[in-house]
Design a protein around this ligand. Structure first.
Ligand code: HEM
Ligand SMILES: [Cu+2]
Length: 589
């Protein structure tokens, strides 16, 4: 990595902020380590190769794996990167660093409570468990500690957003006419999306799941908690993805030796995610009875629009990298690919992550199609899909990004770049095997979330072999992934013992087409938030209304036949929702 001597690092310029980022990363990486251990246990268990736990504990391990990886690892890494990005791009400290440390502490406390509730599931002396998976809707019920921890964690993330908005407002006062710097723009738009998305899960946890697990109410409406979960459960995938996009747009071109192709296009992409992320969650409920087919169809159409920002990203990022390669002397139609810094683990990791994301995009299209979804729903295909997206596009980008960021956060060089390079390649290979096996197994109807899917005595005709071949592929891939995780963690641990030195700072170059080329309206955050809220109301008011009208706020759940909006149910909806609102308005007036 070429160092620009004399450039102070982030750690030198902002020591306190750098320490917050390091602590956030520390929690993220501990979660990654434990989560990966759970992952290899599952992979070997369900393929019947090595059984370290009783099958009865499979759900506990699976919950631990899901929650630690897609909630703790991803979101702690995100708050670290965002704290770095907002401080760096606005070039100012948060208004009050104690507040910054407080939200990080709240998030950590929440994760500890939730983690303790899950782990209790394997300790028979403790009467607590939370085997509810990371999709924690009813009818599965967890110990109250699980939901309480989630609530504390959520509040922590909300305060983090408050912190970043306040930093921006302070900057705005001093720079009234400037465009929001790109990284700050990305942080703020992502947080707007997060505030909208978390409404669903906050309502579900605070008003239904927590009171229910505490025994204050006897039952909840499972369909309602599912719908509220997926209201959040789809946009959360963009919450994982957007920090990876931030790194792809702002750091990767620099590592490739060039500059971002278009800053305006990057802004458009983030605005599109604010608008389109939330009104699609019902695409996780195509198989749910109790939701009218029409609502599912609308969700499907909205989902297809989400392809647009991802395709724009592919175009912009590849163009930026090609620009970098040509700066480095690359020529020809494809010959420039050779001029890229493939020996740099940060670059190669992110490039391989992007490649996997393209594959994940294709299997995501399959999931999104209402009719094809019926084939793959709840099969191993689905984990196959999201190990490409969050498990690789996001996780591998985070690891690769760490290789670039770490020296600037610690003033120490990375212990070994060759090991880092091997690590990212190993992840790519391991995931190619594991997720390929999962996709194929899913097409044969092999279920997910099952400790005992042996299918002994059944011979499936696959292209290359039977189920046993798929099992070996899955277990081998999982093992490579676990080894890759160990390499990542030990490389970082050894880096801590490196001598400190100066001059490790890296500047991020301006975009080829800068913010001045984009219309000012793109920076109007209030406008985009307003439109996003309207879209969410349009997409969710009727489905939520009809669920409540059909089976009540605390009803036993929807009927097990396809629902539709009928004059009767509309009348019920009016009674359930409109009347109290009208009465409340009369009181106010
Ligand atoms: C060492 C690397 C990993 C291995 C060996 C591994 C293995 C597995 C396996 C075998 C399953 C399917 C279990 C089943 O349905 O029965 C699974 C599920 C899952 N994995 Fe991973 N995984 C790894 C890394 C990751 C990463 C990095 C993420 C996300 C950042 C992730 C997120 C998930 C999620 C969300 C589930 C679904 C949990 C559920 O169904 O509730 N995994 N993993
Ligand atoms: Cu989704």
């Amino acid at each position: 990595m070429a160092t620009e001597e004399g450039t102070p690092t982030f750690a030198t310029r902002y020591p306190e902020e750098a320490s917050v980022v390091r602590r956030a990363f520390l929690v993220a990486f501990v979660a990654l380590g434990i989560g990966a251990l759970a992952g290899i246990i599952q992979a070997l268990h369900r393929t019947n190769i090595l059984r370290l736990i009783p099958s009865a504990d499979y759900y506990t391990v699976l919950t631990l794996h899901g929650v630690l990886l897609v909630i703790v690892f991803t979101i702690f890494f995100l708050v670290g990167v965002f704290q770095w990005a907002i401080t760096r791009s606005l070039d100012r400290s948060p208004p009050n660093i104690t507040f910054t440390k407080t939200w990080l502490a709240l998030m950590s406390l929440g994760s500890l409570l939730t983690g303790a509730a899950i782990i209790s599931g394997v300790i028979s002396e403790v009467d607590a468990s939370a085997d509810v998976l990371f999709t924690f809707y009813a009818p599965l019920q967890a110990h109250p500690l699980f939901y309480a921890g989630l609530a504390v964690f959520l509040v922590g993330t909300w305060l983090a957003g408050v912190d970043w908005f306040r930093t921006w407002l302070g900057w705005r006062r001093e720079h009234p006419d400037e465009r929001i710097p790109l990284q700050a723009f990305m942080v703020l738009t992502t947080m707007i999306m997060w505030y909208i998305a978390t409404i669903g899960v906050a309502v579900s946890v605070l008003f239904f799941l927590l009171p229910w697990s505490l025994g204050f109410i006897d039952q909840v409406n499972p369909l309602l908690t599912r719908t509220l979960f997926w209201f959040f459960g789809h946009p959360v995938v963009y919450f994982w993805l957007l920090p990876a996009y931030l790194l792809w747009y702002t750091v990767m071109p620099k590592i490739a030796g060039g500059r971002l192709f278009s800053d305006p296009l990057a802004r458009v992409v983030f605005v599109l995610f604010v608008l389109l992320s939330t009104p699609v969650g019902i695409h996780h409920q195509y198989m749910d009875p109790g939701i009218a087919q029409g609502f599912k169809f609308i969700a499907m159409t909205n989902t297809m629009f989400l392809l647009l920002p991802s395709l724009l990203t592919a175009f912009t990022v590849v163009a930026s990298i090609e620009h970098g390669a040509r700066q480095r002397g690359g020529t020809g139609l494809l010959g420039w690919l050779r001029a890229l810094p493939w020996r740099d683990p940060a670059f190669t990791g992110m490039a391989l992550a992007g490649l996997m994301f393209a594959a994940g995009g294709f299997s995501g299209m399959v999931n999104a199609g209402m009719n094809i979804n019926y084939l793959v729903h709840n099969t191993l295909w689905v984990p196959g899909h999201f190990h490409l997206t969050v498990g690789t596009a996001v996780a591998l980008t985070f690891m690769a990004g760490t290789y670039w960021l770490w020296p600037q956060l610690t003033n120490r060089r990375l212990y070994s770049r060759p090991i880092a390079l091997a690590q990212v390649v190993l992840w790519f290979g391991g995931m190619a095997l594991m997720s390929n096996a999962m996709h194929v197994a899913g097409l044969f109807g092999i279920p997910r979330r099952t400790a005992e899917p042996q299918y002994q005595g059944f011979e499936f005709a696959t292209t290359f072999g039977g189920v046993s071949e798929l099992n070996i592929q899955l277990a081998l891939g999982g093992t490579l992934l676990f080894v890759s995780t160990l390499l990542f963690l030990s490389n970082l641990a050894l880096s801590l013992a490196q001598p400190t030195r100066s001059g490790l700072g890296q500047r991020l170059p301006a975009a080829l087409s800068g913010p001045e080329d984009s219309p000012r309206v793109l920076d109007n955050l209030a406008l985009w938030s307003g439109i996003a809220v309207v879209l969410v109301v349009l997409a969710y008011a009727l489905p939520l209304g009809s669920i409540i009208a059909d089976s009540g706020l605390l009803g036993p759940g929807g009927a097990a036949y396809p629902a539709a909006l009928t004059p009767d149910s509309l009348a019920g909806l009016q009674a359930a929702v409109a009347d109290p609102v009208v009465r409340a308005l009369e009181v106010v007036a």
